[in-house]
Design a protein around this ligand. Structure first.
Ligand SMILES: [Zn+2]
Length: 379
């Protein structure tokens, strides 16, 4: 029964494009979004004005052209240059609280029900804030959004590959000190090439020892060896990007068998030239190989995207059928760094909502059958 249904849905001639307005209705998760890359352009403009910071633009429109990577850049290092601009106005408690609130608000308005926002506190200390101040500021903004909108959030603190191992340790301590207080994981971000994650091994050790979660940017600007290191030296529970995992069959099996989620960011990967074109991204191969793929924005401003758009691009480029759409949406909730009981509620509520929307168009009994055989290993 299950087999017959699957085969029918995989037929190319049954494929139909989902519109953005349809995709916007679904409950979604964003597990990989950088705070400093996800500011509203008008807010960036206003903050620069009120803080007296010169960003080299004479209007918000001009500023947008400077920070948004519409076409491709040369590589990841080039992409990261936009962050030098945004970071200049993100050095105060008020600015951090404001952009955090607005990010959660924007996400909630496209039905993102769960979001883990990440940033590196070390990049926000230029005007005298402490690492803890930055956490308190971001939490203030996120909590305000949570009280107003139907969204749940968490913070991921990022170590930076190019900074010293000692600085990573400070962040690891902050990630541990704020466990249960809104910080859900520790990450390593920044320039991947020439800056191996294992240099920061002690920070990961400290975080893992305290039973805090770990995710690592890997397999984006460097090959599968970087993913291998993230998993086996740093103890990553999730992988940021994992675009080049495809190059190592054995490691790919490991990632599949251990249900390690991949935080895929399609638009960003094209912009930073990890893949030449969207259709070259291994998303379809990963999905068919039963990897736990999730779709994320990376940077809403810099990449000029949101979760709905990422979903739309995935559905259109890789011809996702409604079952695969459902699976991808659920993968986001399943991969949340949340306590098990909370996660189960989130998954259950989202599933009900997803099925209600899908049920308007597709026969529900088929969905139930499909759910059965693929949901044996879920949470
Ligand atoms: Zn990232």
């Amino acid at each position: 029964m299950a087999k017959r249904t699957t085969r029918r849905y995989n037929q190319a001639d049954e494929w139909k494009e989902f519109s953005t307005s349809y995709l916007k209705r679904f409950p979604k998760a964003d597990l990989h979004v950088h705070l400093d890359g996800s500011i509203r352009v008008n807010t960036l403009w206003q903050l620069a004005k009120t803080q007296g910071v010169k960003l080299g633009a004479s209007s918000a429109q001009e500023l947008k052209k400077k920070v948004v990577v519409d076409a491709k850049v040369k590589n990841l290092a080039d992409y990261l240059k936009s962050f030098d601009i945004t970071l200049r106005v993100l050095q105060t408690f008020e600015a951090l609280a404001r952009v955090s609130y607005e990010l959660a608000e924007d996400a909630a308005k496209e039905n993102v029900r769960y979001m883990e926002v990440r940033y590196s506190p070390l990049l926000h200390l230029a005007s005298g804030l402490t690492i803890q101040d930055t956490v308190d500021a971001v939490l203030t903004g996120l909590h305000k959004a949570e009280s107003k909108y139907r969204i749940k959030t968490g913070i991921i603190l990022c170590g930076m590959r190019h900074l010293s191992a000692k600085r990573s340790l400070e962040l690891a301590d902050a990630a541990v000190a704020n466990m249960g207080e809104g910080v859900v994981a520790f990450d390593l971000a920044g320039q991947e090439k020439d800056y191996p994650a294992k240099k920061h091994r002690e920070a990961f050790y400290r975080v893992l020892n305290a039973n805090q979660n770990v995710t690592v940017h890997a397999g984006e600007a460097f090959g599968p060896a970087s993913i291998h290191q993230a998993l086996h030296y740093c103890g990553a529970h999730r992988i940021g990007h994992g675009t080049r995992l495809l190059e190592d069959a054995s490691l790919m099996d490991y990632v599949r068998d251990h249900r390690i989620p991949l935080e895929i960011c399609l638009t960003s990967n094209v912009q930073t030239r990890v893949v030449e074109r969207l259709q070259d991204h291994p998303f379809r191969q990963y999905l068919d190989y039963n990897l736990r793929v999730t779709l994320n924005t990376d940077s809403r401003l810099v990449s000029n995207t949101n979760v709905t758009r990422e979903l739309y691009r995935a559905c259109r480029t890789f011809r996702l059928n409604h079952y695969e759409l459902r699976q991808t949406l659920l993968n986001g909730f399943r991969s949340a760094f949340l306590p098990y009981q909370e996660k189960v509620v989130l998954i259950r509520d989202s599933l009900r909502e997803i099925d209600a929307i899908l049920g308007e168009t597709f026969p529900m009994d088929d969905l139930v059958v499909l759910q059965d055989w693929r949901s044996l290993e879920h949470h």
